[in-house]
Design a protein around this ligand. Structure first.
Ligand SMILES: Nc1ncnc2c1ncn2[C@@H]1O[C@H](COP(=O)(O)OP(=O)(O)OP(=O)(O)O)[C@@H](O)[C@H]1O
Ligand SMILES: [Mg+2]
Length: 271
């Protein structure tokens, strides 16, 4: 924020999320503008504090319509704070929960629009050498125009040449197998998470819930989208086949997925 910024003029409008150890995400009014402020008290555990600092470092280098906009940071005597654009319609996890509760399946157009938004955000991130590493519906925000933006960069990593990544980070339900096993991983671990989200958009359930509950014993198979039952194109299954592959070598890069004509057609990007 610029030097005239006066934190005492911020008016709390709503608490959006509360973390452990006093961290919070809240909507504030600052004169005629609204901001979301993520606050982390100085006395928070190191990992929580580091996550917000990381978010500041990464977000301050990014600028894209599908990434939540960062406006800067400020400090108070007790906390570190980052200021973000407000996504009016909450997160994709809540959206999916509502749809599941109502049994309201999404049509192909809506699924592809949401897939396209997340994919565009990821393509930009990967182009800027950033792996998100914690892509999940709760970290995808919905704006007033129903477009999506990627958020929560506390686990992200800026890749440097020859970087080997072995730190186990992310949320188990969306964690790529190579990450969970502590193997080397790269941008393709975000593609796995996108695949899981894509499947959830199609089927309103997590593809591996049963496997996870039963303890991962069954042989892995790419989950099946009930395309015919839900009036979806077979390309939706093809997309799952490209993204939800245990072997990262077999998993497609997002760039190549988006180059496929069948995918372009479903995204209405053929011109
Ligand atoms: N800019 C924003 N606009 C609207 N809602 C937001 C915004 N940022 C965060 N939120 C809400 O707060 C929730 C938590 O935000 P975020 O994931 O960035 O914080 P976090 O402290 O890393 O939380 P967690 O540890 O639960 O992932 C989001 O799922 C979303 O519902
Ligand atoms: Mg989060």
């Amino acid at each position: 924020m610029n030097c005239q910024f006066d934190p005492s003029a911020l008016q709390l409008q709503a608490l959006l999320a509360e973390g452990c150890f006093g961290s919070s995400v809240a909507l504030y009014r600052y004169f005629d503008q609204f901001f979301v402020i993520k606050t982390i008290p100085y006395n928070s555990p190191d990992y929580a504090y580091q996550a917000v600092l990381k978010e500041h470092t990464v977000l301050s280098q990014l600028n894209h319509p599908r990434i939540i906009q960062y406006f800067g940071y400020f400090q108070t005597p007790i906390s570190w704070n980052i200021m973000l654009e407000f996504a009016d319609r909450g997160n994709l996890a809540t959206f999916l929960e509502r749809r599941i509760r109502d049994g309201a399946f999404l049509n192909q157009h809506t699924i592809m629009a949401k897939f396209g938004d997340i994919a565009d955000g990821l393509i930009y991130l990967h182009f800027r050498n950033v792996i998100h590493r914690d892509l999940k519906p709760a970290n995808v925000l919905i704006c007033v125009d129903n477009r999506l933006k990627l958020a929560d960069f506390g686990m992200s990593k800026i890749m440097h040449e020859d970087d080997l990544n072995r730190t186990i980070v992310g949320t188990p339900l969306y964690m790529a197998p190579e990450v969970a096993r502590g193997r080397d991983y790269d941008y393709k671990s975000d593609v796995w998470a996108l695949g899981i989200i894509f499947y959830e958009l199609c089927m309103l359930e997590h593809p591996f819930m049963e496997r996870l509950v039963q303890g991962l014993k069954k042989k892995f198979r790419v989950p099946r989208v009930a395309c015919e039952q839900h009036g979806l194109s077979p390309t939706m299954q093809m997309l799952c086949d490209m993204m939800i592959q245990v072997d990262p070598e077999k998993r497609w890069t997002l760039e190549n997925i988006l180059k496929q004509q069948a995918v372009q057609q479903l995204l209405n990007r053929t011109d």
